[in-house]
Design a protein around this ligand. Structure first.
Ligand code: ARG
Ligand code: GLU
Length: 720
């Protein structure tokens, strides 16, 4: 590793300007990037981005709810993030009488603020490179020892974790302050925060006011504490000033946040596998599920409500992968990677590294053989389809119940309670007719495409029950299995409880009966046979493949660092704090089409009048628009800017991230990427990859003019 560390130190020198675009840089290494950033319009110093000795920007950026980013905007612990990041917490407080999702929420003072169950905010205290002398950090024992060492140095008020970079060639320690008393302060109505969310998701031009406002509370010593009425607003070490200056094309912007996962350094064969096998399989399954859901949701309002968030989640991934497949193909990602591999091979073959690396690409690619591809396709298929269905999951729970009853332990009551709560969760907000039609479609598709991985004894089941085909099988399942309905499954749970209350022979006979009934239940039988086969024939193969891939990716990255350091200037995203910088600017999504860099409220209102609409913008917003009542939030062109695009490289997890200008002032909140550039998780191309942000002036305009929450505006540090 020492060699790798030396190599990483050397990279700074050789990163070209082109490679600097699309970087996801470690804040602790800001010093390495600062000259380039300043050349591009950044006016601050490296220590303003990251420092452990003085307050800096990193103290104002938080990990929000584990999967999003947020930023402090006042010295009273006020946080901005996205509406879609705060959505489940807004939902938590929404009832038919107080539907904050539909109507918005604006706390007018601290006592109005709503505590959020389960919401955590993490603030990075410090990150440190771990010396290779610590030993093999994949070993749990060694990791714990390292954490214990840091804990004794920095105290036990912080939470510590160790994260792998460059596929595990380098490790850093992270220490966070974790706050658990976080309260909802404000959110616009979904018809603004989530405006045209499904139609426009992943797309530009975009018109969402995707923000929400929270506040972090601490104990009287400003330390993290469980929720208490005695807690007071947290005083962050630093917070962002907000600029009303606006942006022009070409202006510098920087995004600071918690990007989740990228895979930038995969070889061509791995890219091809994702592009041609993994993503298309997932897209194809999701499309069928979405079509069935849409039909039911259009037909029945209750289903529309119950399936709303599930549908969005299915749709979000599907649309992203479709964009990524199209982008990878259009931009010839596989071909470009092959070219790079030829160069790699040339350099290796002409150097003393020949023995070490001449076979590495070939070895990596041997992972994607026919057997592995067949197995993984069916694992993807299974995970996307049957695995999410309530009746299949209920089969899993009843199987568990059967196994527990066959051999009751002293813990049996807990096991039964557990099964019951899982069953309830499994059926929560599910429509049985819709689930059945999804089951039928998925099972048929699985039988057609994954016949190698069907249980051998399925034939005897079909024969015994006089089933002819997949459709009849699903009917039989629904007509006879206890797993088909929540009530029948719960009845069985009750029967088990009753049986356990009996004593002696009676108890024995009753339990035997139950185990017998469950063993013959089609749901249980199918679950056991199906899962056993899937594991034996596909999952283990897939699992070994993933392990081999991880191992090869680590080795390949070490090789790249040694042979072509200029193409691997920063480690893949791994949900740790990164900054990225780029420029405001539109793009050309296809021949003859030019996209501008910003949208306006005129566009929101124009869209609103067109059909079909996901939502109607509130009439108060229309009135503000009609009167051009934009106050100091209008752009110099007189319009109200809503969203803008720039060439910052972002990914899932960057939602809610602060977007700052050259002065380090907040100008936007990141919330999405453009569809044409969603390939950037694998291959970033500055000509087409854009992040989408909501303009901070639109956020303030909504808080001020729509929410009439002058109290919030007063707290902010607004600069011209
Ligand atoms: N595409 C954005 C992201 O990946 C926004 C998702 C939320 N909106 C939605 N319509 N699903 O998270
Ligand atoms: N909406 C995404 C998120 O929640 C950000 C979009 C992206 O993947 O870049 O993190």
């Amino acid at each position: 590793m020492r060699r790798i560390l030396t190599l990483i130190a050397a990279i700074i020198i050789c990163v070209s300007n082109a490679a600097a675009q699309g970087g996801m840089w470690l804040p602790v290494l800001a010093e390495q990037r600062i000259a380039d950033m300043q050349k591009n319009g950044f006016k601050l110093k490296a220590e303003d981005i990251y420092s452990v000795n003085k307050a800096c920007m990193k103290d104002a950026v938080v990990l929000f709810g584990g999967g999003c980013t947020g930023e402090f905007v006042s010295d009273n612990g006020l946080i901005f993030t996205n509406h879609h990041c705060g959505r489940s917490f807004i939902q938590q407080h929404s009832t038919l009488d107080h539907d904050y999702l539909a109507n918005g929420f604006w706390a007018k003072n601290l006592t109005d603020e709503l505590p959020c169950d389960g919401l955590e905010i993490q603030i990075l205290d410090r990150m440190e490179l771990i010396s290779e002398d610590e030993g093999d950090l994949t070993q749990e024992g060694i990791r714990n020892a390292v954490i214990a060492k840091y804990r004794s140095q920095y105290g036990d008020k912080l939470e510590y974790s160790i994260e792998a970079f460059y596929g595990g060639n380098v490790y850093y320690l992270f220490a966070y302050k974790v706050f658990k008393d976080v309260r909802l302060v404000a959110a616009p109505p979904s018809s603004i925060g989530n405006y045209y969310s499904d139609t426009d998701n992943w797309m530009w031009p975009r018109h969402s006011g995707d923000f929400s406002v929270f506040r972090v509370y601490a104990d009287k010593n400003n330390n993290p504490a469980e929720f208490s009425n005695a807690n007071i607003p947290y005083k962050p070490k630093s917070h962002f000033k907000i600029s009303l200056k606006g942006l022009n094309d070409g202006d510098f912007t920087m995004v600071f946040g918690y990007p989740g996962v990228t895979e930038s350094y995969l070889p061509s064969c791995a890219v091809k596998f994702r592009q041609d096998v993994e993503m298309p399989t997932r897209v194809c399954v999701r499309q069928v599920i979405m079509d069935l859901m849409t039909e039911a949701m259009d037909y029945d309002r209750q289903i529309k409500i119950d399936y709303a968030s599930r549908y969005s989640a299915v749709e979000n991934g599907k649309k992203k992968w479709e964009g990524a497949i199209a982008g990878l193909r259009t931009y010839k990602a596989v071909w470009r990677k092959q070219e790079l591999e030829r160069e790699f091979q040339n350099r290796v073959n002409n150097s003393e590294l020949r023995d070490k690396y001449s076979n590495i690409v070939k070895a990596f690619c041997s992972i994607y053989n026919g057997a592995n591809i067949r197995a993984s396709r069916c694992v993807f298929f299974f995970m996307e389809s049957l695995y999410g269905l309530s009746q299949f999951k209920a089969g899993e729970q009843l199987t568990r119940l059967k196994n527990s009853m066959a051999n009751p332990s002293s813990n049996i009551d807990n096991e039964i309670n557990n099964v019951e709560s899982k069953l309830r969760a499994t059926f929560d907000r599910r429509d049985s007719t819709l689930e059945r039609s999804i089951f039928e479609a998925m099972y048929k598709m699985y039988c057609d495409s994954c016949s190698d991985f069907l249980p051998d004894n399925l034939d005897s089941l079909y024969e015994a029950r006089e089933i002819l085909d997949a459709q009849e099988f699903v009917s039989d399942y629904y007509n006879t299995s206890l797993a088909a309905q929540l009530q029948t499954a719960l009845q069985m749970v009750d029967d088990c409880r009753e049986a356990l209350k009996l004593t002696g022979k009676k108890r024995e006979t009753k339990i035997e009966d139950i185990v017998e009934t469950l063993s013959h239940d089609v749901g249980v039988y199918f679950y056991e046979a199906f899962i056993r086969t899937l594991f034996q024939k596909a999952y283990f193969t897939y699992y070994d493949m993933v392990k081999a891939e991880d191992d090869m990716y680590k080795r390949y990255q070490a090789a790249l660092l040694e042979v072509m350091p200029e193409i691997i200037p920063f480690p893949d995203a791994n949900s740790t704090l990164r900054f990225t910088y780029g420029k405001v600017g539109g793009f050309v999504p296809r021949d003859a089409v030019i996209y501008k860099s910003f949208t306006t409220l005129d566009g929101v209102i124009a869209k609103d009048r067109s059909t079909p609409a996901d939502y109607d913008a509130p009439s108060a917003l229309e009135t503000l628009h009609r009167n051009r009542d934009y106050g100091r939030y209008a752009d110099k062109d007189g319009s109200m800017h809503v969203c803008f695009v720039a060439s910052n490289r972002t990914t899932g997890g960057n939602s809610g991230s602060p977007v700052v200008n050259g002065d380090g002032h907040l100008v936007g909140i990141n919330f999405d990427r453009c569809w044409e550039g969603t390939m950037s998780d694998i291959m970033y191309d500055p000509s087409i990859c854009r992040n989408i942000s909501v303009d901070i002036r639109y956020v303030l305009f909504l808080i001020d003019k729509l929410g009439k929450a002058g109290n919030i505006i007063k707290e902010l540090d607004v600069v011209k």
